[in-house]
Design a protein around this ligand. Structure first.
Ligand code: BTN
Length: 246
């Protein structure tokens, strides 16, 4: 089916925009929306996603889910893996993934993703929002107080270039959501390990700001959970529960 595309000069959040459409309309089609400026960007766990209008590409895709859909846990690492592999294939070899769905370059955050489910009656929709820091903007590091990475070191955002990148990355998102696997195959798991920047590194598992465990990161299992070899044995960590830092 064709994908509807909308460009918005300014919006609170592209995820919220797509959610409102579901609430307000009787029927909505699968839509990709991109915003130039996002004034209330949302991150995971209630965090703020800081914007740099020309430097950060922000887009969300809303897709109607099949009624029996149950593969939620695999979505985050699956999409992150697809983006990482795509970026490697076009020459950005230094991009790595941090479970469940961050993309990093040299420890700095290149991209974050926010997946939400919204239902109306019997019908459920997946809203997948992505922010990618394309062009260097020193202000972004300052306002966010975080270590930020950019795909391009220089500030050269031409409209044409940004449009080309949006088309490519939008395609990666749509294709990966059209092909969500039932579970990760051994090959998928190996591909994930090759992208995973913390693979076989010592990690701390953080829950509600507190370190609850630590161990050696062992990649993902077939459900998409992170495996950590702790002193008490191998543990599987569910999406949404925990975050991991070195
Ligand atoms: C995170 O790393 O915490 C997730 C960040 C997700 C940001 C994107 S930008 C487009 C979409 N709209 C939002 O409000 N958030 C996501």
């Amino acid at each position: 089916a064709p994908v509807r595309f909308e460009f918005l000069p300014e919006i609170d959040s592209t995820n919220e925009y797509l959610k409102r459409e579901v609430k307000q309309s009787n029927s909505v089609s699968d839509t990709l929306v991109c915003a130039e400026r996002q004034v209330k960007g949302k991150g995971t766990r209630g965090r703020v996603w800081y914007d740099s209008p020309q430097c950060c590409l922000k887009f969300s895709y809303r897709k109607q889910l099949p009624t029996n859909f149950s593969k939620f846990a695999v979505i985050s690492p699956w999409v992150a893996l697809n983006f990482c592999q795509y970026l490697h294939s076009v020459g950005f070899q230094t991009v790595g993934a941090k479970w469940p769905n961050d993309l990093l370059i040299n420890g700095g955050k290149l991209s974050g993703m926010l997946f939400e489910i919204v239902s109306k009656g019997e019908v459920s929709y997946l809203i997948a929002g992505i922010g990618v820091n394309l062009f260097f903007d020193p202000n972004l590091t300052e306002i966010s107080g975080r270590n930020i990475a950019f795909l391009y070191e220089k500030f050269t955002p031409s409209i044409d270039e940004r449009t080309d990148i949006l088309i490519e990355l939008g395609r990666v998102l749509i294709d990966s959501l059209d092909n969500i696997p039932e579970s990760f195959t051994d090959e998928d798991k190996m591909s994930w390990s090759a992208c995973d920047v913390f693979y076989q590194k010592k990690v701390k598992i953080i829950q509600d700001g507190k370190v609850v465990d630590e161990g050696c990161e062992m990649g993902i299992d077939k459900e998409g959970r992170l495996m950590v070899q702790t002193s008490e044995g191998l543990k599987s960590i569910n999406i949404g529960e925990l975050s991991v830092t070195l």
